[in-house]
Design a protein around this ligand. Structure first.
Ligand code: GDP
Length: 363
């Protein structure tokens, strides 16, 4: 499954947000290192299309798709040099596909700030710097050997060393690898598994007075990241935690209405993460189960079938495809078929977001 890692300084609200996202009960406490083990949770991706399909098909079971989320605690200044539990946490980030970077934008004297004051711009720089240091170390380790083989005439290695040197110069200007112009050599970059090459989404954690319009901290933060073109979400982790604590959907709905919110902020975070990972959803809609499945952009029909079961991929014959809009318009598979909206697709078909798929395969 695809994995998002939540990073940020201690006491910015990571665990609180993580809990709200996963409705798990990780330890949220007012001291640094409350979460010593990386917490992994599974979040379901809210999708109104799935609800609509379920309404039409009336299956025994409805299964939303999921993304894994990891709460990565303990990053502080000096982490790349092994401060705190630094190196271990940096390793946890390496295993993720995308990063949710939480910054503290709420003032509260009762919540200790590890660096003494609330300043999300500085906080982000501290985290970025640690990740950049780690990436420099990764490349330097790798480039050492390559320099030798390049010197003794390996042309391929000469090229790689050149690219690595460019990347090192870029990182040394405190810029993340994701903003390095790699041209056609993306594979060389991918091969390094750099922390700062991962896509990032920023979450400004605000409290009631910064919500939903923001405050001076969120304003400063937005300005500081404007050039990155990354998404910045305003979320109140504490309000989200309160919503997650409520027992019934009705209570949650009432709470949201009282706050004047169309939906919980966690839904926005989940959707933004999903977009960040360039993920698409396709559906299967049977009497037994209506289900959403996650694939990456550009996946062909057999690959999409393989998400359900490897046998589906290996024995793939064809796929019958109805787009969601047509399924809804004609109310059912047979309705769509009768109106010529069911297409039969082969191995080269690139699955689109919202396709309702029915696979035919040999076993
Ligand atoms: P982490 O170390 O980044 O995982 O931070 P936690 O989620 O453990 O939060 C640290 C402390 O800040 C806890 O006492 C939380 O209750 C508190 N906290 C989190 N979000 C907010 C918020 O929006 N407003 C206020 N006042 N406190 C918050």
């Amino acid at each position: 499954a695809l994995k998002c890692g939540i990073v940020g300084l201690p006491n910015v609200g990571k665990s609180t947000l993580f809990n709200a996202l996963t409705s798990a009960k990780a330890l949220a406490a007012n001291y640094p290192f409350a979460t010593k083990e990386p917490n992994i949770g599974v979040i379901t991706v809210p999708d109104t299309r799935l609800d609509k399909l379920a309404e039409l098909v009336n299956p025994q079971k409805v299964q939303p798709t999921t993304v894994d989320i990891v709460d990565i605690a303990g990053l502080i200044k000096g982490a790349s040099k092994g401060e705190g539990l630094g190196n271990q946490f940096l390793g946890n980030i390496r295993e993720t596909d995308a990063i949710i970077h939480v910054v503290r934008c709420f003032d509260d004297d009762n919540v200790v700030h590890v660096d003494g004051s609330v300043d999300p711009v500085r906080d982000k720089m501290i985290i970025d710097t640690e990740l950049i240091f780690k990436d420099i170390e990764t490349i330097e380790k790798r480039v050492e050997k390559l320099r030798r083989t390049a010197k003794s005439g390996n042309k391929e290695h000469v090229k790689i060393v050149e690219i690595y040197d460019g990347l090192l110069a870029h990182l040394n200007q405190e810029k993340p690898a994701r903003s390095f112009d790699i041209g056609d050599e993306k594979a060389i970059l991918d091969d390094l598994y750099l922390l700062t090459a991962k896509p990032v989404l920023y979450v400004c954690n605000v409290d009631e007075d910064g919500f939903p319009d923001g405050n001076k901290h969120t304003k400063a933060f937005r300005e500081s990241v404007a050039a990155e073109k990354a998404e910045v979400l305003l979320v109140s982790a504490q309000i989200e935690a309160e919503i997650a604590e409520l027992d019934t959907a009705e209570e949650r709905q009432e709470f949201l209405e009282d706050m004047g919110l169309p939906e919980p902020g966690v839904n926005r975070v989940i959707r933004a993460s999903y977009n960040l990972l360039k993920l698409l959803t396709y559906f299967t809609a049977g009497e037994k189960e209506v289900r959403a499945w996650t694939i990456t952009e550009g996946t062909k029909a057999p690959g999409a079938a393989g998400v359900i079961h490897t046998d589906f991929e290996h024995g793939f014959i064809r796929a019958e495809v109805i787009h969601y809009d047509n399924f809804v318009e004609f109310g059912s598979e047979s309705g769509a078929r009768d109106n010529g909206k069911l297409s039969v697709e082969g191995k080269e078909y690139v699955v689109e977001d919202g396709d309702v798929m029915h696979f035919r395969f040999n076993v």
